[in-house]
Design a protein around this ligand. Sequence first.
Ligand code: ADP
Ligand code: ZN
Length: 717
Amino acid sequence: MTPIQALQKYFGYNEFRHQQEAIIQHVLNGQDVLTLMPTGGGKSLCYQLPAVLMNGLTIVISPLIALMKDQVDSLNVNGIPAAFLNSSQSPNEQQRITDQLKNNQIKLLYLAPERLFGSGSNLINFLKSLPVCLIAIDEAHCISHWGHDFRPEYLMLAGLKNEFPKIPVIALTATADKLTRKDILEKLDLHNPAGFISSFNRANITYRVLPKKNSFNQLLAFLEERKEDSGIIYCLSRKSTEALAADLKEEGFSAEAYHAGMENADKARNQEAFLRDEVKIIVATIAFGMGINKSNVRYVVHVDLPKNIEGYYQETGRAGRDGLPSDALLLYSYGDASKLQRFARVEGNEEQSAIMLKKLDDMVKYSQLQTCRRQYLMQYFDEAFPDNCGSCDICLSEYEKFDATLIAQKALSAVARVKERFGSTYVIDFLRGSKNEKIKQEHKQLKTYGIGADISKADWHGYLRELVTLGYLTVTDDAYPVLKLTAKSDAVLKGLQKVELIASQTIEEKQAEVIPYEAGLLNELKLTRRDIAINENVPAYIILSDAALMEMATYLPQTLDELRLISGFGDVKLARYGREFLIPVKNYATKHGLSSRMKQKSPKRERKQRADRTTTSGRGADTRLETFTLFRTGKKVAEIAAERGLSPMTIENHLSYFIQRGEIDIAELVKEEKIPIIKDAVESYGHERLAPLKEVLGDDYSYGEIRAVIGWMNKAV
Ligand code: ADP
Ligand code: ZN
């Protein structure tokens, strides 16, 4: 099988991304490789696909348990046998995996470095007895002190090449500057490694910055248009994450907080709920995110200024891993910047303080840009990006510039007349001739007092900001920031220098032409996916990405053969879940007199929501209640499914909810004699995954019955 065939068969994708193909070819040739690819670029595939094609076992070193579980779930859902060994597992579980390894039943084994090399571990010797064919080191920057996330346990990997001298190693990371790269190669002792560095541009993310005014209202306006989407909101302090999450809940949003000071159980619960789309918004400190693989995060908001571009870029990079259009919004205020400046000073370490202040300054510059933001970001990371991107707020806006020399002169002379001792609020009040008693009596006598009364406060704030950005004014970084003149001010005041500013009204352009998708159907597909995910006990995005659902809601595939062309449907997924997904598509098409649009499908086109024809079905509680009401009229599962245009599995899931709440008696859904047998199976095998239970119980027992009994057992506890 060729790599491209394997890509289609096992992963359901049509084409390689970035340099995946070349990387995979090198790995298959037995060469060592170092791969740099941005978050969401598709690093995992670079070792997963060779693992499938090669004979033997691929060992994957990964730092976080949560990440391993995610990856293993994804592989298993695609029918690729993978497992992890870590401290969270019972001895029985570990034994089972060891047995499978001995029988060559596993293609990929995920491990933490300390597990492999930890003292007293004889795992390494066991692994050496197996036909290991490839070693992948994920998050490879963790091995370097120069990286931003050094992990001492990664240093143990220095012994890897001694233990497995002939086995090719692929090291992967999303962030590593030159120094870190060199360090990785040296520490891992890679042989004649091929390096692959992909562009770090995340083309599907639109970057926006808004001057922070009333941040909560600004946030609400932003979220209002994204009610159904998942997003992360980053705050600086732990306290504000909790307060903001509470406020958002009050406004009817589904939001939870996450920060390092919370109880582990609470953190795990909120994270899990977010991964499973049960909670739409996580309000977090930067403690949240590392190892979060959720692909359908549609937006990342920073309500406070990040400390540096590196952190900001990594955090925003958590949006849109599935490649669909996503947003990064930053609310910027000068106050935040000066607050951070105070934090950035490290007592007694001038050198480090200087570095941190410089990084903060670059972040502030980004926030005040009047040129393409993406270009700035790329240049920051030493990547040439010659053109305007066309998809940041600056590029999307049509700015009208006008001759503002007079305005600039008024502003600068005001600053001069108040002796460069006041902040912008005071200067603006002074310019506008405010009667406020805070304005000093002596200032009210000046000729300049009130010369800017024709311009609104908000506009003045904008102009002053721009004058600062253009370098005609500066702001001190004191507790009370003060406006000062600069070396460039004089020429303006003397009329030797013209100044152009941006008109206060800017118009945002229309987005590009796109194919509409059926929003009502998309909701139904999400429900189907959720139900399957519940049955498999994995987060929904592991079953299929939002991108795949979106394709279905756009092109309306009517048969399994058509469904195969939807991105993400490999052979196994198609066989396992294909029929389940076709039900809502076909029902929807029939109901609205539509047919397949697969002929129009060409890869990589964006889609836009079709505003009309949305259906009301969908929202969790109501849809369950509707099923329950029909059930109470005496209808059978199949009848309710047909009537509601949902799959029987969905209906069964609805009903088991009411069993758990004690509103339906278990005997109404499962024959008496079956109950103890299912209960028995659940007690011996656990209820984490339904598929193995079904396997044990056989064809006489349906998923619906198993779920019903689990619901009933949960109720009893
Ligand atoms: P990274 O580890 O680089 O952050 P992942 O390996 O998690 O990224 O991949 C991000 C997403 O892109 C995953 O959902 C993955 O399945 C998907 N993906 C990877 N390669 C391709 C491809 N060639 N075509 C379409 N989707 C892909
Ligand atoms: Zn741009």
